[in-house]
Ligand binder design. Structure first.
Ligand code: GLA
Ligand code: ZN
Length: 682
């Protein structure tokens, strides 16, 4: 399948957040910047993100002259813009005159003006003021040929607990539950006499109030997602009438906690995100590399495989972690091409020019305080610009993932809130990452989906720790397996429904049939404890030997399922630990404990082999080297990435053309430390 290039042209976007309003006292800067942008092959800048105070210095008084100048000059020089709505941070006059726009925290403290991303999303005044500035921007620029699309606000996050938001929360709940009785039952609120007698008694969770009703906590997070989406929609509604051809995005963040992005993605046209991996923080780059790859796969999966925009990344360091590590030579190229490999059709930075003052003055940027790009970082960016200009034919190409891993944000919230069996943290995200790594190591493409997604296009669906089963997920799993799919489940699955009520009649609740097991109880191991697992001779995957489990151990009965492995130690020795149930035309595996990496490697390699699922290149990949493929109509593109500090050799399985040098490669390719190559199958 081929996607239409998002912005009509068969070329990569390369650019940055551009904040020229910080430099209006330095009139020479715009011209210098544009010259450097051209030198770096930049064709896109995101403008206006935090410009509200410059655009509307007083209520109802607008000043667009500076932005006219910026947009016109960029365009004259072949550079387009993503135009931002400025709602991410508000001018002081607004907070001062209308304090209701300020957020109230969960402990009911009304905040002062300052920072950003901290408004009340219910406030009619805030919505009105945003609508006014958005409409003014749209009136003036929505038909400007420079504008490629809308960058709606910036990194929406959090929620507000003011009286207006409480009122909206109650409305949301009334709409969901219809009667208070339904809500009380769904919340099991009779516990501790927490039954609500009136809708008005319902308040958002708070450390100074109610925080023990898990279903309330979950609904509050769902409501926060709904509010942010609703706000984003209202921003879009303000600008859309001026040119309905322009597309919308808002920039997402990595495995974001506050909102369910699978829901949120429904209100935008294309996904964009801000990626800041922890390169060089650990002894080797492998955990960061596979974790970042998984993030990119998630972003691509929000819109069914449609390429995404890398809205922000740093060309050198961040400044908000304990350490601000520079990107070592070759890492900028590697990390950017990694994004492209997983579906990005753009590489953009935060930010173009480093601020002179305030909190981000030491955050990496393309142009440093020295004022030119004849720098190490500048050269990296210029080189990447050249590389991207040679890869245009890849734009719009897709990923053929036969494997999906389920990461469900609502399940994550529920797991984290659950008291027992392990309050010190089950680390759902890490559990998902552990499965993902086994595929990444083999160069097998994976979609990261949630419980609401379609399963039928995959051969294999891996869904670890699906504690909460919501919507039609269990039904969908059954029909997926019935029709020949392979499903992998683990411990701590099928425990509660979507309002956190435990399934009665035996775990894993609605997954019991398809998995063919009964999970009778769960033992929680102390951090120093491990349990031994041994595979039975002649097990269906032909796995040999012993492995270790930790953290949680489901003590199961293999009712209809076949047993592949048993526990070998502790009081539950000899009970089944890995099972497989034949169900319809497919198979459903269950892994009863958190296995070590050695197990995941063997298990997924045997399973993918059996299912005929292959990596991008049919070869054995050296550790830390991975290959990821993108496809368009007739072509296969393979991104070869060496995340090691050491040189490596890779055995190719066919002839390839290096897209940058046009050289034909076959047999063994030598890879320098942190090398990345873009190959096209000959
Ligand atoms: C976020 C924001 C940017 C900037 C960067 C710094 O992604 O959107 O405005 O603060 O972080 O890393
Ligand atoms: Zn509010």
């Amino acid at each position: 399948m081929n996607f239409q290039p998002l912005f009509g042209k068969q070329e990569f976007l390369h650019g940055a957040d551009y904040n020229p309003e910080q430099w209006l006292d330095y009139p020479e800067v715009l011209e210098q910047d544009i010259a450097m942008m051209k030198q770096a092959n930049c064709n896109i800048m995101s403008v206006g993100i935090f410009s509200w105070a410059m655009l509307e210095p007083q209520e109802g008084v607008f000043n667009f002259a500076w932005l006219d100048d910026v947009i016109n000059n960029l365009y004259k020089n072949g550079i387009h813009v993503f135009l931002a709505t400025p709602s991410g941070a508000r001018p002081a006059w607004l907070s001062h005159k209308y304090p209701e726009v300020l957020r109230t925290s969960q402990d009911r403290v009304h905040q002062l003006h300052g920072g950003r991303h901290n408004h009340c999303l219910s406030s009619p005044i805030y919505r009105e003021k945003v609508k006014i500035i958005n409409s003014e921007l749209a009136k003036r620029y929505a038909n400007h040929p420079a504008v490629l699309g809308w960058h709606i606000s910036n990194e929406y996050s959090g929620s507000c607990h003011c009286p207006l938001c409480q009122e909206n929360f109650r409305k949301y709940l009334k709409n969901k539950y219809k009667t208070l009785d339904n809500l009380n039952k769904a919340y099991w609120s009779v516990f501790w006499s927490h039954t609500y007698q009136d809708w008005d008694q319902i308040e958002s969770p708070s450390t100074i109030g109610e925080n023990a009703v898990h279903a309330l906590n979950l609904d509050w997070k769902r409501f926060a997602t709904y509010m942010a989406m609703d706000f984003c929609k209202s921003e879009i509604d303000a600008v859309k009438p001026y040119n309905d051809k322009l597309k919308f995005t808002t920039n997402f963040m990595e495995f974001f906690y506050d909102y369910d992005y699978f829901e949120f993605a429904k209100v935008i046209d294309f996904v964009s995100w801000d990626s800041y991996p922890r390169w060089h923080f650990d002894k080797d780059e492998l955990p960061t590399a596979s974790y970042t790859a998984m993030n990119h796969d998630l972003m691509r999966s929000y819109k069914n495989g449609q390429p995404f925009v890398l809205m922000e990344s740093t060309p050198s360091c961040t400044n908000w972690r304990d350490l601000s590590k520079l990107k070592k030579p070759m890492m900028h190229r590697l990390s950017s091409l990694q994004a492209v490999a997983h579906g990005a059709d753009s590489i953009q930075y935060f930010q173009w020019r480093k601020s002179r003052g305030s909190s981000e003055k030491f955050h990496g940027a393309v142009v440093d305080h020295v004022g030119h790009i004849n720098t190490r970082v500048g050269h990296d960016v210029v080189d990447l610009g050249k590389t991207l200009s040679k890869l245009g034919e890849i734009v719009g190409s897709s990923t053929k993932a036969e494997v999906a891993i389920v990461f469900d944000t609502q399940n994550r919230w529920a797991i984290d809130d659950s008291q027992g069996p392990r309050n010190a943290g089950i680390d759902y995200l890490q559990i998902v990452h552990e499965q993902y790594k086994a595929f990444w190591n083999r160069g097998i493409s994976v979609d990261i989906i949630d419980e609401s997604c379609d399963l039928n296009k995959y051969k294999l669906v891996v869904a670890p720790a699906t504690y909460m089963i919501r919507g039609d997920f269990a039904k969908n799993v059954e029909s997926f397996v019935q029709n020949g799919g392979t499903y992998v489940s683990t411990y701590w699955s099928g425990i509660v429904n979507e309002t956190d009520l435990c399934f009665l009649g035996g775990f894993p609740g609605p997954l019991k049939n398809v998995l063919g097991i009964w999970d009778e109880e769960t033992e929680c191991l102390a951090d120093f404890e491990e349990v031994d697992i041994k595979f039975d001779i002649n097990n269906i995957l032909n796995i040999k030997g012993s492995f270790k489990g930790r953290m949680l151990c489901a003590l199961i009965h293999a009712n209809e399922a076949n047993i592949l492995a048993h526990y070998e130690s502790d009081f539950f020795a000899n009970r089944p630990c890995v099972t497989c149930n034949n169900f319809g035309k497919g198979q459903a595996y269950y892994i009863a404990t958190r296995m070590d990496d050695a197990f995941n490697e063997v298990f997924y390699s045997k399973l993918t082999e059996q299912l005929g699922i292959k990596g991008a290149i049919d070869t054995t990949l050296p550790k830390g080297v991975t290959c990821i493929a993108r496809y368009n109509n007739d072509n296969k593109y393979v991104f070869v990435m060496n995340f090691n500090k050491t040189e490596q050799n890779l055995q190719l399985d066919s002839n390839y053309i290096n897209l940058e040098t046009q050289e034909t490669l076959s047999d063994i390719v030598h890879l320098e430390p942190y090398a990345s190559l873009v190959l096209k199958k000959a």
